[in-house]
Design a protein around this ligand. Structure first.
Ligand SMILES: CC(C)(COP(=O)(O)OP(=O)(O)OC[C@H]1O[C@@H](n2cnc3c(N)ncnc32)[C@H](O)[C@@H]1OP(=O)(O)O)[C@@H](O)C(=O)NCCC(=O)NCCS
Length: 172
């Protein structure tokens, strides 16, 4: 399989925040943002693998900034690394200033998707060739994030998480 770039899977979804999607403080409800990110990330994983993809785990979410009702929100997802059948998808969330149009980073998240065949069995995906410095940085961190996720899910023994352990044992 020929390797692909993160740019080939990039998926950008822009939408506004309606009153029915907010919490009692009139800010975007967290679960609504999770769903928007899941949708964009799912399309990115599908673009990379050209397969059916399922969400295997949500590895990280940071709700750094509240998103007020009426905001224009852009969810920007791309595959940051592909393993054998799984893909890490990095999602950046931006909000647009109503008057200037300037975009501010509000949140980010990292999801893991698995490509499956018609019977739901995991199937191989193409590798990733990062291009930009940021893509390279995200690519390099992806293996330890995968190991952390597997350890937390009880699917990997901490002792086998070599890349993750190296973080704590490296000499400063
Ligand atoms: C995701 C799913 C396909 C994995 O199936 P499985 O039998 O555990 O398959 P495997 O053990 O072969 O794992 C497949 C890949 O997923 C990865 N994976 C599984 N669980 C993971 C987790 N919690 N975090 C990170 N990666 C994970 C494995 O490391 C493996 O990756 P690799 O092939 O790239 O090395 C299966 O659990 C499933 O179908 N889950 C439901 C998905 C779903 O319905 N999502 C929507 C939620 S409503």
């Amino acid at each position: 399989m020929i390797a692909k770039t993160p740019g080939e899977s990039r998926t950008i979804m822009t939408d506004m925040v309606l009153p029915s999607e907010t919490n009692p403080l009139n800010n975007l409800f967290g679960g609504e943002l999770l769903a928007r990110m899941d949708r964009a990330a799912s399309i990115a994983a599908r673009r990379h693998s050209r397969r059916i993809t399922v969400t295997a785990s949500v590895n990280h979410v940071a709700f750094n900034q509240a998103v007020p009702v009426g905001s224009v929100v852009t969810v920007d997802a791309r595959v940051s690394r592909a393993f054998r059948t799984s893909m890490e998808v990095y999602i950046d969330v931006w909000i647009e200033d109503r008057f200037t149009g300037a975009k501010t980073k509000a949140n980010d998240a990292i999801y893991t998707f698995v490509a499956v065949d018609d019977s739901g069995k995991p199937t191989e995906v193409p590798a990733i060739s990062p291009e930009s410095e940021l893509e390279q940085e995200r690519f390099e961190g992806a293996l330890r994030r995968k190991q952390l996720s597997l350890v937390l899910a009880g699917k990997m023994k901490p002792n086998d998480a070599t890349e993750l352990r190296a973080l704590f044992t490296a000499e400063s």
